[in-house]
Design a protein around this ligand. Sequence first.
Ligand code: AHG
Ligand code: MN
Ligand code: MN
Length: 334
Amino acid sequence: MHLGRTTLSQFLIQQLKGSDQQAALADLLVDIAAAVKAISSMTAKGALAGVLGSLESQNVQGETQKKLDLLSDKAFINTFHLGGLVAGMASEENEHPIVFDDLEAPGAFLAVFDPLDGSSNIDVNVSVGSIFSILKAPEGRLPGLADFLRPGKEQIAAGYAVYGPSTMLVLTVGQGTHGFTLDREMGNFILTHPNIQIPAQTSEFAINTSNERFWELPVLRYIEECKAGKTGPRGRDFNMRWIASMVADVHRILMRGGVFMYPRDTKDPSKPGRLRLMYEANPMSLVVEQAGGKASTGHGRILEVQPDQIHQRVPVILGSSEEVDRIAGYHEAG
Ligand code: AHG
Ligand code: MN
Ligand code: MN
């Protein structure tokens, strides 16, 4: 029995003992932690390091890229390339997947990630994060686009880093969701939140209400009932929070419960939601489910959605299981 503090590496050696592939996955997650440390140090320096502000460029989704979006993307790409454990990767900031075809042998994994989530919060010193999803790579050959387009239930690991007052890494390898806090003096992530459990009930919701006029009826009904509080059908008061960094909003829900929604709306009929399936919704859904919560599109489990594009969007309703069930029920009722 290990007494004292458990580092991320010690924890992963314990959770991933067995096959060579599992040991390699532990190595990959330690590599990801190294990229997270580099990004944490950049975000912490902020204006002092000249990393704030926007670039001239736009990503494939037409969003103006921030300096930190691209610096974080580079930190992950370099880490994955040098580590040699990843055969290919896809990210929010790159239109097409990047395949590492110069390795001695292709790596065993594929990485899909949002290098910097919550970009609108960078310049105002509000929490941002990184989100990652790990899939199995095909054996004995380089990956193609189809190898990335796997439903979220096939993820073998997923997690996020939140760069807040402290930097935390929260991850799952399919055996619960666990949180680690960066000890900056030691340079190590320490297990501080083992086996996170999201309470099944909550009185807190997170949604961007400026989109209310575009919402569908089930979402309108749910939020109206929450806002009616004690005087409405729910018979109790609700509270609302919206940080506008999915990572920070989901982290709060993992810590104390709540429901987070970026539902389908009619704002832009060509987009079935705001958030991206492969590098926002899927990894967060696995983390949430492994913590006893639920994640739904309103019409089914997010992790069952078959992707057909790297950057496709999806409606997201996740968090405390009883509230997610209730909202899905309102969708079923029409
Ligand atoms: P990103 O910065 O990676 O593009 O993601 C931003 C996302 C997500 O973090 C957040 O929940 C949502 O956009 C915020 O949307 P609003 O601007 O509508 O609040
Ligand atoms: Mn994002
Ligand atoms: Mn992003």
